[in-house]
Write a protein that binds this ligand. Structure first.
Ligand SMILES: [Ca+2]
Ligand SMILES: [Ca+2]
Length: 161
């Protein structure tokens, strides 16, 4: 006569629930990592776009007559933007600062261009919170006298004799 065994070789309900729970935690963690990476990739893409616009603006400034840059510098008070321009297609504002590299010497000018923009999920990058190209009260968080941003290009332009 054949003996029937009641012993099971499968998983118990508790084991199955534990496995589902562990799988759930793992997938949730992986999903959060994926979402974070996707957000960072979007920010990097926006910054790359902004840097390209700022670089293009810098090239335009390099092609200008040096006397015009000196006049532009002279027309702006210390620390004030010399020019502003929109950062289309993104919603943002670029700001050009022109300063003397050496105090009292107009033969070497430092050009600094910064961009502040509103990114994905409404996050603002750069100190120009309202993106108007003007340093409003409380916007210069690092206290360096200008609208700082992670998107910045700098260059020196010398008087050619
Ligand atoms: Ca502002
Ligand atoms: Ca600043």
């Amino acid at each position: 006569m054949k003996k029937i065994s009641c012993a099971s070789n499968g998983f118990t309900l508790v084991e199955l629930l534990m496995a589902v729970l562990i799988l759930g935690f793992t997938l949730t963690g992986l999903l959060q990592v994926f979402i974070r990476c996707s957000t960072l990739a979007g920010i990097a893409q926006e910054k790359s776009c902004i840097m390209s616009i700022l670089q293009s603006q810098m090239e335009d400034i390099h092609e200008r007559d040096y006397a015009d840059l000196v006049a532009l510098y002279a027309a702006t008070a210390s620390g004030e933007p010399a020019e502003t321009f929109p950062l289309a297609p993104l919603t943002g504002m670029g700001v050009v600062y022109i300063t003397r590299f050496t105090a009292g010497d107009d033969d070497l000018l430092q050009i600094k261009i910064v961009g502040s923009w509103i990114g994905q999920e409404g996050r603002v990058f750069g100190e120009d919170i309202n993106r108007d190209g003007i340093e409003d009260a409380g916007e210069d968080v690092d206290g360096d006298g200008d609208l700082s941003s992670i998107a910045t290009v700098m260059s020196l332009i010398a008087l050619r004799i």
